[in-house]
Design a protein around this ligand. Sequence first.
Ligand code: ADP
Ligand code: MG
Ligand code: ZN
Length: 615
Amino acid sequence: MKPLSKNVIVAILTVLVIAIIFSNYTFKKEKPIDVNIAKVVEEIQNGSVQAIDIEGTDIAITLKDGTKQTTRKESSVSLPEVFIDYGVTAEQLRGANITVKDRSTRSYILGVILPSLLPLLLLMLVFWFMLRQMQGANSKAMQFGNSNAKEFNKEQKLKVTFADVAGAKESKEELQEVVEFLKNPKKFSDLGAKIPKGVLLMGRPGTGKTLLARAVAGEAGVPFFHMSGSEFVEMFVGVGASRVRDLFARAKKSAPCIIFIDEIDAVGRQRGSGMGGSHDEREQTLNQILVEMDGFEANLGVIVIAATNRPDVLDPALLRPGRFDRRVILDLPDINEREAILTIYAKNKPLVPEINLRRVAERTAGMAGADLMNLLNEAAIRAARRNDTKITQEDVLDSIEKVMLGPERRSSVMSKEEKKVTAYHEAGHAIIAHILPNSDPVHKVSIIPRGSAGGYTMKVPGEDKRLHKRGEFLADLAVMLGGFVAEKETFGDVTTGASDDLRKCTRLARELVTRYGMSETLGPRVFGEHQEMVFLGRDIHEQRNYSEKTAELIDLEVEKLVNGALETTRGIIRKEKMHLDKIAKALLEKEVLEKEEFDALFAGSNAVQPNTYTA
Ligand code: ADP
Ligand code: MG
Ligand code: ZN
């Protein structure tokens, strides 16, 4: 937009200059007095006229005392004739010094040529501006092919090292090797070892891929070229490939160094797979990356690090040896890593000294590093809104629930009836979770609505689990039905509050049968072709590869599982009616029960201990 406004200013200036030329013509410094012919005749006869200049129909009279006068005449008659008609003698006329001028060239230009030329000039001006603009765009297009990779040098103050990355021990070890290569390439090449050209970082969003790549550069103290996969692709075809060339050329000049291509799946998708629309430009860019990676000698000291959270869609050509043959997987942090990450971010935040980050780590299973960072930020905001100067444990714990379930809806008033139903519903979940040995212990029960949930029961596994037993799934099914059964047994009716539980319960039961092969009747078989993203554990779509008859069997099996869970739950709720009432009553009173308060309700002589029942 800037050049345009500059042009507008130039145009305005031009118009102004022209206007000034015109005004200069009309506004003479000494304005002559307009008189009529009779007056002039009189002056001639007086002999006070110095000179008379005739220019077209304009007559300028200069008197002997220096006064200037003007008058006009008809164009058809000659002035001397007019004077003679008025009775001026030839003698007097001679004294008047009459000169007849042609229209002066100046006035001719201004009066005749300029007006007809002006539109032409303006037109040319406009063309000139347009031309200039086009040239500007052209020169920009010439720069398009240059990579606009941001370069971070070792001098950079915001240097990231491995110490800034918590957990991810194996990944760091793996990358430590890369750091060694970069620091001392000669050591390896002397032994005839080939330095890897490419390292692929894979992991879910927020697990610290970008951070780790920068840490490698920071540790090695080498330049770091950062470019995101999507930055290669522009409006014009061919730009991506040209940018890749430019990027590699720049990198080779500053070797040893790191080229970091973030989100490489934007360009590195499987070619011709048609997934997400095949895109010529992307293919060319990818081809160019492959060519460049093959092109440089292994020991040049340029290492390409790429990051992606979709390794499943990457083109196999990228993964073959000689390209991204090192692969580093970044997992979601486990409980200890979460604590470590929290500790890092707690350092620059004023937390109360008695804060228990372990407790926070326990409750944040499934969160990535970025989520944890965000969590502490939420906690800080909460503390600020309380007008406190320190972040308390409660701030952090409340923020976990806020992040996972949505903000509390304290203002939405529940009727007394609804509150009672919710209390029994949550008490139902909690009691089943407490009693079934295969279920995770209860950490918190609340009937304060949050997000879309009316209330919630928080169960937290003692440690992070990677493998899940069938028994645990069965216990989960029972816990999910706890709310439904508690409502039914207490009030003889059920509400829509249980609908979400039922949906989850049905889905889990189905997965038990079709995905995990945990059904006793159908045996260890998986049904349906799951296009699975291996370590993301998410389905894109399911393709049915079984018969109608099997489908029926699956339905029957799902029903059996759900009914089994229902029976278990009903049995417990009926037997433990006393405890159910007790928990519900406590919830109605306090709205929230923390782990300790909840456990205390089970204390006493005839207390039910966990692990009394088996699913
Ligand atoms: P990704 O590139 O994998 O999506 P990032 O590297 O951009 O994730 O991580 C986002 C932010 O989360 C980082 O800037 C960092 O502050 C934080 N983070 C993630 N993982 C960790 C970790 N292991 N240690 C410390 N901070 C982390
Ligand atoms: Mg990233
Ligand atoms: Zn529920």
